[in-house]
Design a protein around this ligand. Structure first.
Ligand SMILES: *[C@@H]1O[C@H](CO)[C@@H](O)[C@H](O)[C@H]1NC(C)=O
Ligand SMILES: *[C@@H]1O[C@H](CO)[C@@H](O)[C@H](O)[C@H]1NC(C)=O
Ligand SMILES: *[C@@H]1O[C@H](CO)[C@@H](O)[C@H](O)[C@H]1NC(C)=O
Ligand SMILES: *[C@@H]1O[C@H](CO)[C@@H](O)[C@H](O)[C@H]1NC(C)=O
Ligand SMILES: *[C@@H]1O[C@H](CO)[C@@H](O)[C@H](O)[C@H]1NC(C)=O
Length: 369
């Protein structure tokens, strides 16, 4: 673990949690987990202006600049011990949302052990790689936050998926035949960006986009307490570019009813909090048609999501499906699921088992298992 400490000055605390995570998942007998650093090279055009609301998708070339970099991407790989080493078939790439890290998919807390989607999936024979996006957690954090935009991380995820399909991620593990991505919130927006930008070239064999719907610009309530991370927690983030931001209040990510989630969840939430680039907020309203992506797509939203399901947006599920479908005209299949009772952070409230079962069913379907 020492290399991680050397690598990321602010990540020491997170490393301790990570060690804990490995112990707790490993104790689930059926499952083995390892922390990894994967170098990922991207060569991509990104907007010169990080406030470009379409993230570069509609820009003239003169408004873009070239980013040619290699980033270290941190991830936690979990595999069923019973999986045949020669033929792992499919892997899920798990992509967190704004101010979260890979730990969203596996809370490193004894009390919240059963909120781990990585453990849930592993128990059902499915492998996962939960990563920290570039700029976040234990992955590379470019000095200049304007290098970290949707275009950057979408390229990182696609390159990572290609890597998973061609190179053994660990000795004795064959490359995976299929990569299904599951995103949460801004992670879903990043995957959507990649599907728009890459179309039929996308390496993903299916997309499961959670906590993210196309709602009219301006109707999403602003996240309270957003500020420069260096002002929020100087001890950890005092040296960062002020355009790395965080929030001191993530209550909107939970159902409005306090009986729907653990009263201790906010404590967990506070000490696993991380940063994101300012561009993720400025470009967050990107709504563009993924006109060429041809794999299967599903969306999963919580009926009690205080942002995306406000104003009765998710009550009429058939109408919601019709509204969302138009953004994915070539998708092999498309469906929106509304998880009853769940909030925006579908993994972290008392209803999480419902969405977990939905994710597993969709992954098996998309991977042809
Ligand atoms: C791209 O360039 C054309 C021609 O100069 C201009 O008309 C158009 O508005 C530009 N588009 C954007 C998004 O800047
Ligand atoms: C892009 O980066 C790669 C790897 O670092 C390097 O070999 C290559 O020369 C770079 N290309 C340009 C045009 O800078
Ligand atoms: C970050 O990079 C952009 C684009 O290269 C540049 O315009 C800006 O001045 C840089 N900011 C800092 C703080 O270096
Ligand atoms: C967090 O924000 C909500 C509104 O989304 C507000 O009702 C609540 O009082 C805030 N909590 C704190 C501790 O500031
Ligand atoms: C975890 O266990 C607690 C206590 O039994 C329960 O309330 C909660 O719904 C469970 N969460 C999940 C995701 O299964």
């Amino acid at each position: 673990m020492l290399p991680f400490l050397l690598r990321t000055g602010s990540g020491a605390l997170a490393v301790l949690f990570q060690i804990f995570l490995n112990i707790h998942l490993a104790s689930a007998q059926s499952c083995g987990c390892s922390s990894l650093i994967i170098p990922v090279h991207v060569d991509v055009l990104i907007p010169k202006d990080p406030a470009d609301s379409f993230g570069g998708l509609k820009s003239n070339v003169s408004d873009l600049r070239r980013l040619n970099e290699t980033y270290d991407v941190f991830g936690v790989l979990c595999r069923p011990n019973t999986a045949p080493p020669g033929n792992p078939d499919a892997i899920q790439l798990l992509v967190h949302g704004f101010t979260y890290t890979n730990q969203y998919w596996s809370p490193p807390i004894e009390e919240f052990r059963n909120y781990s989607y990585a453990a849930f999936a592993c128990d059902r024979g499915l492998s996962t790689l939960a990563i920290d996006l570039v700029g976040v957690g234990l992955s590379s954090r470019p000095t200049n936050a304007s290098d970290v935009q949707f275009a950057t991380n979408a390229a990182v995820l696609s390159q990572l998926a290609r890597h998973l399909k061609t190179v053994p991620i660990l000795p004795r593990i064959q490359p995976f035949k299929k990569v299904i991505a599951i995103g949460h919130s801004a992670g879903s927006a990043t995957l959507t960006y990649g599907a728009v930008a890459e179309g039929r070239q996308s390496p993903f064999d299916g997309l499961i986009l959670t906590g993210n719907l196309n709602i009219p610009p301006g109707t999403l309530p602003g996240l309270p307490g957003v500020m420069s991370a260096r002002d929020d927690t100087p001890l950890c983030w005092g040296g960062l570019d002020p355009d790395y931001i965080t929030t001191n209040n993530r209550s909107l990510f939970y159902p409005a009813s306090p009986t729907s989630f653990s009263p201790r969840m906010f404590t967990f939430d506070a000490f696993t909090k991380d940063v994101g680039p300012l561009s993720s907020q400025l470009q967050g309203s990107v709504t563009t048609v993924a006109s060429e992506y041809s794999g299967p797509v599903a969306k999963v939203a919580g009926s009690e999501d205080q942002g995306f399901c406000a104003a009765e947006n998710c009550v009429d599920v058939a109408a919601l499906n019709a509204r969302e479908r138009v953004f994915w005209p070539e998708a092999r299949s498309f469906e929106v699921f509304v998880a009853q009772g769940s909030g925006h952070d579908l993994n972290l409230d008392f209803f999480a088992k419902g969405p977990f079962n939905t994710f597993v069913r969709l992954v098996e379907q998309f991977a042809g298992l």
